[in-house]
Structures are given as C-alpha cells and as structure tokens.
Design a protein around this ligand. Structure first.
Ligand code: ADP
Length: 688
C-alpha cells in the first residue's frame, strides 16, 4: 500500500526511543517487584525452590530487546503484520518461560518482556497515527483555506443576501438565521428586518416574540419539520397606550430547520405579515437548503481546524475537522451547480475528463448525438464525437489532438443533409488559472458544445441572396439613368439649368453605383472562406507605389501631398490577392484624402515586422474621436463630426471592406488617431 506519510529518520528515531522508554518502564516495574504476581503466572516450578531470577543486566537486555524489536517491526512493516508476528513470538516466549522454569528452574523474565513488547507496539503505533493525523489536519486546513476561492462571497454575506431574497419575494416582517451555540441552543447568526425604519416595536413585545421564536426554532430543530405558528402581535410604543389596539396585526412565524449533511446546523425563522401560503413551502425549503450550506460554512470558517497536533487528543478539535469536511462537501454540491445549470441550455454540452471519460452530457447533446440516457455510461469522448462525423469533421481524433496540443478551440460546421440539419461543433480545452495566482493555466477538461444552426444558416443564405439580388437589380436601372443623364447633358439645346441638373443626376447615380459595388464586394467577401481567396506572392511596396500613382490626381485636386516612402529597403513578399489588397489600400488613402484639410500630407509606408509586412497610411486630417476608433471598421458606421458638412459620398463601407480583406488574408488592421491631429491607419499581412 502506498504510504502517504513517508517515514523520516526523525520518526524512526522517535519510534526506537519510544520502544526503549517503554522497555525501561517495564524493567523498572520488574525490578521494583511490581510484576511478581503476574510473572509467577508464567513460571512452573518443578521442585519446591522458586525459579532463579536473571541478573539485572540480563533482564534489562532481554526486556530492551523485546521492546525494541516490537517497536522496530511496527515502524517497518506496520501494525497489522507485526501483530501476527508478535502473537507468535509471545506464544513462543511464553512456552520458553514455562519450559525454562520447569526444567532449569530459571525465570527468563517473560512478563516484563511481554509488557515491553505490547507497550512498545502500542506506543509506536500511536506515534505513527499521530504523524498521519497531524498530516491530515494540515491537509484539511490547507484545502479548507484554498476552497475559500470557490465560495463566491463570504458565507455571512451570502446568508444576508438569502434573507434579502426572501424579503423580496415574501411579505416579511423579519427574518433570522439561527445557528446552534455550544449547548445546542439557537442563537442569531444573520438578521434582517426589511422595514426597520417603521414603527418601533415595544421592547417587551420584542423580547416575548424573540423567546417565542427561540422556542419554535427548538421545536423545528427537534422535529426536523417546518413549524408554522400564526399569532396576533401588538406593535407601538409603550408610552402610547391608546395606539395598542389599533396597531394590533396578525403575523405568522415560520421556522424551517436548517440541515446540512444530515445534521442540524440551525434554523431559519421568518415572521410573515398575514398568513402563510402553503404553496410557499417548497420556496422556503429551497432557500433553506442554501442557507444551511452557508451557515455550516460560516461556522466552519469561524472555528479554525486547530493546531494539527490538537486533533489527536481533543474531541472538539477533531469535530472541527469534521466541520471542515462538511464545508468541503457543501462546496462540492455547489460546484456541481454549473453542470446542472447546463441541463437548462438549448445547446448540447458535454464535458470530458482529459482521460477521455465523459463526465457530463446534457439532454440536448444526447438528442443531437442520437443516444439514449444509458449510453453515456459506456461512451467515451471519441464514442461521442464519432456520432458527429460529417463533412470536414471526418477524423475526430485529429481535432482533439489539435485542441490538446495548441490549447485553442476547434470549431466547425457539420452538415447533416439526411437530417436536414446543420450543427456547429466546438471542442475547447477548459483551463484554470494557475495555483496561487500564477499565470500558468492548468488544463482541466474538454468541453464539447453542439448548437443547431440550421435556421440561422437558412436566414443567412436568404439575407445574402436578397442582398445580391437587390444590388444586381438596382444596378441595371441605375446604369440606364446614368447613361441617359450623361447623354442628355451633352445636348446643347437644353437650357443651362437643365444641363446642370442632369450633371447632378449623373454624378449622384454614379455615387449610387459605387456604393452598390462596395456593398456587393463586402458581402461577397464575407461569404468566402479563407481558402477561397486567391493568394499569390505580392510585393506590398509595389501596391503602395501603384496606389500613390493612381490617387495622385485625387490628392492634387485637394492640394494634398501624397507620398509613398519605402522605409526599410527590400521587403519580403506576402501571399495575397492583388486586386483585393490594392482596393483596400486605395480605400484607406481615399479616406485619408477625403478626411484631411487642404495643403496637408498623406504618407504611405511599408515596414517589415517579425512575421508580417505592415502598410501604414498616415494623414494630418480631422482625426477620429476615441469612442469611434474601434467602430470605424463596422459596416455602415460613419463618424459624426461637429461643424463639418455631412459627407455625402460616405456609406461607411470602405473600412469594413479593408478589414474583411485583411482578415481573409490572416492579417490584422490597426488605427491610431487623435482628433485635430490626424490618423494612422495600418494593416499587416503575414510574410511569405
Ligand atoms: P466611407 O466609405 O463612408 O468613408 P469608411 O468605412 O471608409 O466609410 O469610414 C468610416 C468612417 O470613418 C467615415 O465616416 C469617416 O468619418 C471615418 N474615417 C475614415 N478614415 C478616416 C481618416 N483618415 N480620418 C478621419 N476619419 C476617417
């Protein structure tokens, strides 16, 4: 058997010392003649003369050897096996004593030797128990103090909160949680009086009521049953004698015994205004179960487990250890709440230990995996995941391996065409913050979540189909409007004002086309999988040069200096779709020009970072307020600026397109901005 407490040299020496001490005691008894009577029982005298006692040093050696052997054996092989050996040894020694005294007329000092043997056996065994007990108390203490992190709030605060909950749902006059004092009498541990500010109750009345309450508590604790006692109570000030009759009202005292782990720990006493509604019985029983746990925990915390050595001889200290176990079992119950709460979820949840055993499966998961309730006992993690083999999820072991290796969750969508269902599956490694607040996370278990996304998928498809259809349908008539407006504008016979209006129609319809195009490209990009984006080696410095050239006329029109600087010499290529990335850079530069005042500079730079190439567009424009910095990437988001004309040509789509493109390529977007000073838009793309 595994020994939890490894014997040390010190413990061995103590065992030997104890054995010798017991032997010395036995020797002293023998030499003082106290053992003559008992010793005589193990002697047979063949002739009339009494058996000859051994010399003192022989006896001392014999007794010492017997005690030391017994103690040493207990220490080395344990009490159970030693007891058998000792029984045989003592029987042999007893026989030897009879034979020696009968035939040789010699006393071999069996009685003191046997006493030393038994004494050493008990003393060393007690010492070993002591060591284990000290270790046990230490562990209980440590676990109990470590478990405080699992409690949520302090037990007393939780009791108070429980009473507040009762006061919110019931018409309460007062509520008291009583614990049991040393003599088992109920004593208040938490108290609440919702309308404490109301009419003061006469002190004498309160005392009577309190005594009555204690009596009811004792009755409830004795019987283990809820006690309901209606009573008529008078309130008011003693000096205000007239008021007595008017203030009289009926209250009902209800006492619920609080039991934890089959043991009475206290009582909950509430005074209700009016009568007791029997349908509230389960409500009170439910809250009382939690209050009992809180109360027991409060008690256990109030009494420390005591010094580890104390528990061995002090019943009270040992009982405190028991209290700590009660508290731990209460915590275990509460720890299961989270798993039980998952049974209320519509999604399928399963928890698997890291040895693959299934710890918990909720009903929706059983349904999704098409398994009966009993199947959970026989299935392991892979047995469960096998039931979801579909599409790309054809090898669950690879997914689990990846999760265990990387610690990041695995997610995929499972199309079950025969069921007409699409499920989204997620396998995640659940970790805990490291012990003692160290940042290292300890892996705990695997959480498998399955969600039915059939309807969501259908809606999504419908939405994108409608968007595409609408955009296409809109484009055709706009193109006609645009064409005809342009054509008509060239007709010199038309009056000047008409031609001016036609110009407006033309430019506005063009703006509409641009907006529709951007919207379509964002939608199309969103529907794409990362793998679908065409990725070929691309030099971002080329893209920057091309953009600067292309946007120069636009910048010039606004007297803005547009410069591209290739900061760090030769850059590695990235794998990207040239058209998409160029469009993204153009969008950022277009914004920089649009949202900057005249005679400022817009600078484009490229730089190499550890594993990526960064493109930065810096302007000295209006800037973006801090609360909008994260939102500018959202679709249709436009910054509202004071004292500025509404930007007519803005749909809030340009930057969402940029982010979509960058993320599709595995990059990240970034923005630093200060109102009135300018903005620095940038993105990275992984280098090749
Ligand atoms: P839009 O296509 O309408 O410009 P974007 O998505 O490109 O939409 O930009 C969203 C908002 O972010 C714009 O309304 C604009 O107010 C703000 N913005 C974008 N770039 C800049 C910039 N360089 N300086 C200041 N504001 C900017």
């Amino acid at each position: 058997m595994k020994h939890f407490v490894v014997p040390t040299l010190k413990s061995r020496l103590v065992s030997v010392a104890l054995s010798l001490a017991v032997s010395a005691f036995a020797f002293a008894l023998w030499s003082s003649g106290a053992l003559v009577l008992i010793g005589g029982m193990f002697l047979l005298s063949g002739d009339a003369a009494p058996a000859i006692a051994p010399q003192w040093w022989v006896a001392a050696l014999l007794i010492g050897a017997a005690g030391a052997c017994a103690g040493f054996l207990v220490e080395i092989v344990g009490a159970r096996r030693t007891s058998l050996l000792l029984a045989c040894a003592l029987a042999l020694m007893c026989a030897a004593s009879y034979l020696a005294s009968y035939f040789l007329n010699i006393d071999i000092a069996f009685a003191p030797a046997a006493l030393a043997t038994l004494g050493a056996f008990l003393a060393v065994q007690a010492w070993r128990l002591w060591i284990v007990d000290v270790a046990l108390s230490g562990s209980v203490r440590r676990v109990a103090s470590r478990s405080s992190a699992l409690e949520g709030r302090e037990a007393r605060a939780r009791m108070q909160s429980g009473l507040r909950l009762l006061a919110t749902v019931l018409p309460l006059d007062e509520a008291v949680v009583c614990c049991l004092d040393e003599d088992g009498r109920p004593t208040p541990a938490a108290y609440m009086r919702p309308d404490a500010g109301g009419a003061a109750t006469a002190a004498s009345n309160r005392n009577t009521a309190w005594r009555e309450g204690i009596r009811l508590c004792e009755r409830a604790i004795r019987s283990g049953q809820m006690v309901v006692q209606p009573q008529t109570q008078a309130t008011g000030n003693d000096s205000d004698a007239h008021a007595h009759r008017d203030d009289a009202h009926t209250t009902t005292s209800v006492v619920v015994p609080l039991r934890h782990e089959g043991r009475a720990v206290g009582a909950l006493l509430i005074r209700l205004r009016g009568g007791f509604d029997e349908t509230d019985r389960p409500l009170l029983a439910n809250v009382a179960a939690q209050l009992a746990r809180d109360l027991q925990r409060d008690e256990a915390r109030a009494h420390s487990v005591g010094a580890p050595s104390e528990t061995f001889y002090s019943v009270r200290a040992a009982e405190r250890r028991l209290e700590s176990f009660g508290m731990l079992s209460g915590l275990l119950t509460e720890q299961r709440f989270a798993a039980h709460a998952l049974s209320e979820s519509h999604d399928g949840h399963a928890v698997a230990y890291l040895d693959g055993t299934i710890a918990y499966v909720n009903a929706p998961m059983r349904e999704a995996a098409r398994m009966a309730e009993g199947d959970c006992d026989t299935l392991d993690l892979f047995g469960l995941l096998d039931r979801f083999r579909a599409g790309v999820f054809d090898e669950p072991s690879i997914a689990v391996r990846r999760v265990l290796q990387s610690g990041s969750a695995y997610e995929c969508e499972l199309p079950f065409s025969e069921r007409g269902q699409t499920l989204s599956l997620r396998i995640a490694l659940v970790t805990d913050a490291g012990e003692d607040g160290s940042p290292a996370a300890r892996p705990l278990c695997l959480a498998v979540t399955v969600r039915d996304v059939t309807e969501m998928k259908e809606y999504e498809k419908l939405k994108s189909d409608m968007v595409s259809l609408m955009s296409h349908e809109l484009r055709t008539p706009i193109t006609s409007i645009n064409g005809f407006a342009e054509l008509l504008a060239t007709d010199d016979t038309l009056p000047e004002s008409a031609r001016e209006f036609l110009g407006i129609i033309h430019s506005e319809s063009q703006r509409l086309v641009r907006m529709i195009n951007t919207f379509l490209s964002v939608t199309k990009l969103e529907q794409k999988d990362r793998q679908e984006v065409l990725k070929i080696p691309l030099m971002l410095s080329d893209v920057v040069r091309e953009t600067v050239l292309c946007m120069q006329p636009v910048a010039k029109r606004k007297r803005i200096r547009l410069v591209g600087s290739d900061g760090s010499g030769k850059l590695p290529p990235v794998a990207a779709d040239r058209a998409l990335v160029t469009q993204a850079v153009m969008n950022i530069v277009d914004n920089a020009i649009r949202y900057s005042p005249e005679r400022t500079t817009v600078t484009l730079t490229t730089a190499l970072e550890s594993e990526a190439v960064r493109v930065t567009v810096e302007d000295c424009g209006y800037g973006i307020p801090p609360d909008a910095v994260d939102r500018v990437w959202e679709k249709f988001y436009r910054v509202v600026r004071d004292g500025q004309d509404k930007e007519e040509d803005s749909a809030g789509l340009g930057l969402s397109f940029v982010r979509e493109v960058v993320e599709q390529h595995g990059g990240r977007v970034g923005l630093e901005s200060e109102v009135g000073r300018g903005s620095k838009f940038s993105f990275t793309l992984p280098r090749l």
